[in-house]
Ligand binder design. Structure first.
Ligand code: IVH
Length: 668
């Protein structure tokens, strides 16, 4: 390769890598696998080494990828890191671990101990403690400046806000990650609420940490593990001493680390986790090997991007090569059009993969995919199959470039693009795909639990028997027997099943409406706080957000739904059909009448979630209201109650009671 060629390849790689850095660290929506990315980075670093004149300081090979939001979208305060937050050198090749060990032994003149740790696949954070108190939690950012995510980090129960006063200040660094079970729950909820799923637990963790609503963050089940302490004059000789000390102070640390005497033991550890990691409840993408002696760490020092005293061995993802046969474009119930690849069936980590999501038009473009291409499929976070790259050497001549449709494949309405989410959607609310999707959601098991499937909904829709949800309740046995394949018996069974759905509880009905972001769990919370649909429909944004688990996104979605006259018509129609739009369990769950006729304002934080207190008020016959007035019976004040509320209570001589006094009141 000549210098000209090297120059243009370096330029191309830099551009590609910058683009992928942005997708990975900022959007949390990468379009290529880590492995692919690492290979590109390796190629760039190799070229810059071979042609030092072409190496620049701002090259992606010389700096860490930045998770900072672009200046136009800055939602977090940013603070500088006291010590830069670097990345780790990595390899997929055990041979390079021998070379790593060799360099260190040469440098130190003797063998050394390594601490081997799991490489948690999440997003890095740095917690600064001063005089035993957490002062700030920052993301890695660009390594020099990070986003302040303190409030969100504090929603993770295991991160201590204070520890015993220490004689030294320090920073403790680690990873925020999302266990598989929370990741799956989150994605199910997102699918139910019509939101795009996260591709893997890492993206879900990083995206959640940068969510603007701490209530939402708390719900997501993030976890934290800490693995590195930095500061001036720390009283530790070994890395393992520092970690044991941290554990003693109550910090969450990994229980999977092992101190290894020499490189052979390191390889043993790697061998064990290569398969062992598959049964862990969270994602790991490799093993981190760290020199244990802190003095030696200091002497080895850092390059601009990595410590010289640590490295990561990464596990190769399981992937398979297959052929892209065609692409379907599917309009979902929210109108979003998703490209889905049809593949030649191929087996991958024990299952046969036939279809894979292509997410959106941007992803198709980034992959530069053609029909007939040989493509690599991988399980994102080892769960959802996705296409990670194209094997260009196998591209058939004249392979056609797929064209994302400009119009809805179902109703022909021109698609609109939601720039923030890079998704195309059909804006037609009467689009058969949207309407049928709405019915399918409505009848689903956790919603109205009506015994039918796609085919029935198709038939009813095609015959013009159903357009809006209440139409279902007007169907008769003779309507059904008029359809192909329906006999008296099956028809009356279906009609019975519709009639039985009127017994479904209020929260299931709320969920069935298909309001965006209202999954099954949120529907329950909403139902318990707003015991009738008309109360919910008239609740203000502020009243909605008073509920512990409702943030601005959910509140806006609820407001948006009920302020649309068409939706109110649907609700009215369903009310007339006799569906449960009120919480009838109120009296069943009644514990006593001690607060009957009393109106309570609950403010501040308590030893249990505020919502629990509010449901206790209701369970004992009381009523919750949002603001203090002349008719308020008690202001129940926890820690840091609203100062305005306190003032008003004093002015109106409303009794102010504590959490303990409240318990006495209801237990008497
Ligand atoms: S030590 C100076 N230990 O991997 C570097 N990092 O790809 C200190 N990571 O930025 C990092 N598990 O976010 C370390 N046990 C572990 C880790 C770990 C995951 C992450 C970390 C780092 C990235 C590098």
């Amino acid at each position: 390769m000549g210098i000209k060629e090297a120059e243009s390849r370096i330029k191309a790689l830099k551009e590609e890598l910058e683009k992928h850095n942005y997708r990975y660290y900022v959007l949390n929506d990468p379009v290529i696998s880590d492995y692919e990315y690492d290979l590109m980075m390796l190629e760039l670093a190799g070229l810059e080494k071979a042609w030092p004149a072409l190496a620049t300081e701002d090259s992606p090979a010389a700096k860490v990828g930045s998770d900072l939001q672009p200046p136009t979208r800055r939602e977090f305060r940013q603070y500088p890191h006291r010590y830069p937050m670097l990345s780790l050198g990595n390899t997929y090749d055990t041979g390079e671990l021998y070379a790593f060990d060799e360099r260190i032994r040469k440098f130190s003149g003797s063998g050394c101990d390594y601490n081997c740790e799991l490489k948690f696949d999440g997003t890095a954070v740095c917690l600064s403690y001063s005089r035993g108190r957490l002062v700030r939690a920052l993301t890695r950012g660009d390594g020099h400046v990070g986003d302040d995510v303190t409030e969100n980090v504090l929603t993770i129960g295991t991160v201590p806000e204070t520890i015993g006063d220490t004689s030294f200040d320090f920073e403790i660094r680690g990873e925020i990650y999302m266990p598989f079970k929370d990741f799956e729950r989150l994605n199910t909820e997102r699918a139910e609420g019509g939101d795009p799923p996260f591709a893997n637990p890492r993206n879900a963790a990083a995206g959640s940490l940068k969510t603007l609503d701490p209530k939402e963050v708390r719900r997501r089940g993030l976890q934290c593990v800490l693995y590195h302490i930095v500061g001036e004059d720390l009283p530790f000789e070994r890395h393992t001493d520092a970690i044991s000390w941290a554990a003693g102070q109550g910090f969450p640390v990994s229980g999977y680390s092992r101190l290894c005497h020499g490189i052979e033991m390191v390889l043993q550890y790697i061998g064990e986790w290569d398969s062992g990691r598959k049964s862990l409840p969270f994602a790991t993408d490799g093993i981190v090997v760290k020199v244990n002696d802190l003095q030696l760490q200091k002497e080895l020092g850092y390059t601009a991007k990595f410590p010289r005293w640590a490295t990561a061995y990464k596990f190769k993802p399981e992937e398979a090569l297959t052929k892209l046969l065609s692409i379907d474009y599917q309009t979902g119930r929210t109108g979003v059009v998703t490209p889905v690849a049809n593949l030649e069936p191929v087996s991958l980590s024990g299952t046969v993969v036939k279809r894979a999501t292509l997410h959106n038009a941007d992803q198709m473009e980034a992959l530069d995919i053609r029909i007939g291409d040989s493509v690599y499929v991988e399980k994102g976070g080892e769960i959802i199959p996705k296409i990670t790259r194209v094997e260009l050497s196998r591209r058939p001549a004249g392979a056609p470039v797929p064209v994302f449709p400009a119009a809805c494949p179902v109703c022909g309405t021109p698609l609109l693009k939601d720039e923030s989410q890079a998704r195309h959607y059909c804006p037609n609310r009467d689009c058969p795909a949207v309407v049928k999707g709405g019915f399918l959601h409505f009848i689903s098991r956790k919603a109205m639990n009506i015994n039918a499937g796609d085919a029935t909904i198709d038939q009813l829709y095609d015959k013009g028997l159903i357009r809006r949800l209440p139409d279902l309740y007007k169907l008769t046995v003779s309507d059904m027997t008029g359809l192909e394949g329906w006999k008296e018996r099956s028809a009356s069974k279906f009609i019975d099943s519709i009639a039985e759905s009127k017994e479904r509880p209020y929260h299931a009905v709320l969920y069935a409406l298909g309001i965006r972001h209202i999954g099954e769990t949120t529907a329950k919370t909403v139902a318990s706080r707003f015991p009738s649909v008309y109360m919910l429909a008239s609740a203000s944004r502020e009243e909605l957000m008073e509920v512990e688990e409702i943030g601005d996104v959910v509140a806006d979605s609820i407001r948006g739904y009920f302020s649309d006259p068409r939706n109110m018509e649907t609700v009215d129609g369903l009310v007339r059909a006799g569906l449960n739009f009120e919480d009838k369990s109120g009296n069943a769950g009644r514990l006593s009448d001690r607060l009957a006729g009393k109106t309570v304002v609950v403010s501040g934080s308590f030893s249990v979630p505020r919502d629990r207190i509010k449901s206790l008020v209701e369970a004992h016959g009381g009523k919750n209201t949002a603001s203090v007035s002349g008719s308020t019976s008690y202001l129940l004040a926890g820690e840091k109650p609203g100062p305005e509320k306190l003032k008003k209570a004093e002015k109106l001589s409303v009794p102010v009671i504590s959490e303990d006094e409240f318990y006495k009141l209801i237990e008497e």
